[in-house]
Design a protein around this ligand. Structure first.
Ligand SMILES: *[C@@H]1O[C@H](CO)[C@@H](O)[C@H](O)[C@H]1NC(C)=O
Ligand SMILES: *[C@@H]1O[C@H](CO)[C@@H](O)[C@H](O)[C@H]1NC(C)=O
Ligand SMILES: *[C@@H]1O[C@H](CO)[C@@H](O)[C@H](O)[C@H]1NC(C)=O
Ligand SMILES: *[C@@H]1O[C@H](CO)[C@@H](O)[C@H](O)[C@H]1NC(C)=O
Ligand SMILES: *[C@@H]1O[C@H](CO)[C@@H](O)[C@H](O)[C@H]1NC(C)=O
Ligand SMILES: *[C@@H]1O[C@H](CO)[C@@H](O)[C@H](O)[C@H]1NC(C)=O
Ligand SMILES: *[C@@H]1O[C@H](CO)[C@@H](O)[C@H](O)[C@H]1NC(C)=O
Ligand SMILES: *[C@@H]1O[C@H](CO)[C@@H](O)[C@H](O)[C@H]1NC(C)=O
Ligand SMILES: *[C@@H]1O[C@H](CO)[C@@H](O)[C@H](O)[C@H]1NC(C)=O
Ligand SMILES: *[C@@H]1O[C@H](CO)[C@@H](O)[C@H](O)[C@H]1NC(C)=O
Ligand SMILES: *[C@@H]1O[C@H](CO)[C@@H](O)[C@H](O)[C@H]1NC(C)=O
Ligand SMILES: CC(=O)N[C@H]1CO[C@H](CO)[C@@H](O)[C@@H]1O
Length: 504
């Protein structure tokens, strides 16, 4: 009898411990410059116990309703985030928290985008009766129109229920099968991810699943995401989409990534050291160089991918009282500002200040040239900048209207989210919605029918880049030719390394 109860109990804890939670999608390296066709969509979830290797994904073609496959897809791994161990030797902070993160990557060999870009997926355990799903994802490939959600500064503390309307609004988007190609999250979640022995972050994962199991969640790191040791352990383990391992050094924590969604090249960067003025290890210039190289490539690709949108947690022009960053970010981030102008960035999105705020194009703390007719902005020399930091959080200022500044076009303190619609290669539509009443309270068209800054200005630099690139390609070609006898493994490695060199 006791034995049976024990067995039942064991069975119960095992199946509870293997219940997937925090199901979330990310865009894979197919969308970055690596263009890795083995890594198109990532499906990630957590379990309390290890449950290694015990899941399979069932994929259904959204159009034909046909089951495609039950397999391990192109990549399947289970990784332990052991916060107990990370802080084991820390004198001030101790954790007792472990979670297991399961990642599936789906490649193009498994998805025939010529047939459909909509798929249903179900997570199935091979060892007990657990299934989770069906959920749905869309592959963002459509060339005619893309839509992205933009929001940030959001928790799931239901003390004051400040994010509840946002959760409900997002849940409704999923229920009514609205298509968004991705979520651009402008940083700061859960307040904070590692608080309460990481329970805060763990609950957040469980909570956001209602919309992240449907829309890829591409998060910029915020200051509240950096953890007790400022190493972003929880953030990077759970949300580290498109980070490249080789850049993850002691001081430089993959503070940059970029990807293309349809007609937009998105760039996310983390200038936390610059804006808090404590870049003791001098890493900001590395991010500047990485962004410069990225923007050069993006501009070569501009005919295919005409829009460039930069997002981060930190605004350059904001108006929170007594805020060093609102006063000085145009100085701290001036090297980035220069790049935005030089390489014609169209839109700059951030969070951090808990508001919705749309700014006039500004540069070096001064009004930049642009034209506006009705709500159409054109001939802008500096990106339009928008703060989306009002998804709802118990932490910090609430429902506050900030002092008016000459750069502010409009601000609104009620909880809300932004929607980007890319109409075509010249027209982008941005709207901000307050989630409690689902009303559009601001909208703007961006017309990028601009003459790009005369390229010849940068020709010298670009020619040098091309020469380096060509030499690399020749070296790669020759090396591959000579090494091809040594087997496929070597070849792939070489190619990989070349790609890394070029991308860096
Ligand atoms: C996909 O899942 C949704 C529910 O999430 C369901 O309504 C739909 O019929 C499913 N489609 C296919 C092709 O399985
Ligand atoms: C996590 O780390 C702690 C401390 O080093 C260790 O006792 C524990 O066994 C680890 N957990 C797992 C699942 O490996
Ligand atoms: C994080 O560190 C601070 C001190 O820097 C400490 O006060 C706080 O209790 C720590 N948090 C946790 C969850 O241990
Ligand atoms: C889709 O079609 C294009 C041309 O129409 C072809 O080049 C490509 O290989 C096809 N993709 C797949 C996955 O079949
Ligand atoms: C928050 O929402 C929960 C669940 O709907 C409710 O029980 C609670 O009273 C709400 N709290 C506040 C402060 O409104
Ligand atoms: C220990 O935690 C404190 C904050 O509580 C942090 O400042 C320090 O960097 C941590 N040390 C290590 C080795 O993680
Ligand atoms: C940071 O690095 C850059 C580039 O190597 C160098 O020019 C600069 O002097 C360094 N700054 C500091 C404070 O070390
Ligand atoms: C914020 O203030 C506005 C008007 O002042 C009010 O309508 C709205 O309900 C408030 N929102 C919250 C979350 O308190
Ligand atoms: C792009 O979209 C805008 C707004 O819908 C429209 O006015 C314009 O004609 C379109 N341009 C092209 C080339 O289709
Ligand atoms: C967009 O800008 C171009 C160039 O300034 C102009 O010719 C065109 O009329 C504008 N289109 C709209 C819809 O504003
Ligand atoms: C760009 O620069 C070239 C060479 O310096 C010049 O001939 C051309 O007129 C310039 N074009 C524009 C649009 O300024
Ligand atoms: C929407 C949602 O699932 N909210 C949950 C967030 O997490 C807390 C703690 O687990 C729950 O109490 C909420 O119901």
């Amino acid at each position: 009898m006791v034995f049976i109860i024990l067995m039942l109990l064991l069975g119960w804890t095992q199946s509870q411990g293997c219940q997937p939670y925090g199901i979330r999608l990310f865009l894979g390296h197919y969308f970055s410059y690596l263009r890795n066709s083995q890594d198109v969509i990532r499906i990630v979830f957590n379990t309390e116990q290890e449950c290694r290797g015990q899941f399979v994904l069932e994929l259904m073609d959204g159009k034909t309703d046909k089951q495609l496959m039950t397999s391990q897809i192109t990549y399947y791994d289970t990784q332990l985030l052991n916060m107990t161990q990370i802080y084991e030797k820390n004198q001030t902070t101790h954790y007792n928290y472990e979670t297991f993160i399961h990642t599936f990557k789906i490649g193009l060999s498994n998805l025939d985008v010529n047939v459909s870009t909509s798929y249903n997926y179900t997570i199935v355990s091979r060892q007990n009766s657990i299934t989770s799903g069906p959920y749905k994802f869309d592959i963002p490939l459509a060339q005619n129109e893309q839509k992205m959600l933009v929001f940030g500064d959001m928790d799931s503390n239901w003390v004051q229920n400040y994010s509840k309307d946002t959760f409900n609004w997002l849940e409704n988007q999923v229920k009514s099968d609205k298509r968004y190609d991705t979520i651009i999250f402008t940083g700061d979640m859960a307040y904070d991810l590692e608080s309460n022995n990481c329970k805060q972050g763990d609950n957040w994962l469980r909570n956001i699943s209602v919309f992240t199991n449907r829309y890829p969640f591409m998060a910029a790191p915020g200051n509240h995401d950096n953890g007790n040791n400022t190493f972003y352990d929880f953030f990077r383990a759970n949300f580290g989409a498109l980070f490249l391992k080789e850049y993850n050094t002691q001081h430089y924590l993959n503070d940059f990534f970029s990807f293309d969604v349809g007609m937009v090249h998105f760039i996310s960067f983390n200038p936390i050291k610059a804006v808090y003025h404590n870049d003791v290890n001098n890493i900001t210039h590395l991010i500047v160089e990485q962004m410069r190289n990225d923007l050069i490539q993006a501009n070569y690709n501009r005919e295919k991918v005409p829009w460039i949108i930069v997002y981060t947690h930190y605004p350059i022009y904001c108006s929170a009282p007594n805020s060093d960053q609102c006063l000085n970010n145009f100085n701290y981030l001036s090297a980035f500002e220069d790049l935005f102008v030089q390489y014609n960035v169209d839109l700059y999105l951030s969070g951090h200040v808990h508001t919705y705020q749309r700014n006039k194009p500004y540069y070096k703390n001064n009004i930049a040239q642009y034209q506006q007719k009705d709500n159409i902005i054109s001939k802008y020399q500096y990106p339009v900048s928008i703060i989306e930091g009002i998804a709802g959080t118990d932490y910090g200022e609430q429902n506050e209207t900030f002092p008016q500044k000459p750069f502010i076009e409009i601000q609104n303190p009620n909880h809300g989210v932004g929607i980007i619609t890319i109409k075509n290669s010249t027209h982008l539509y941005y709207e901000h919605i307050t989630v409690a009443d689902n009303k559009v309270i601001d909208s703007i068209w961006i017309n990028r029918s601009i003459e790009l800054n005369n390229k010849s200005k940068h020709d010298g630099f670009e020619i040098v880049m091309w020469v380096i690139f060509s030499i690399l390609m020749v070296i790669t070609g020759v090396s591959i030719y000579f090494k091809s006898n040594q087997g496929k493994k070597n070849k792939n490695k070489l190619l990989d390394e070349t790609i890394k060199m070029v991308v860096s």
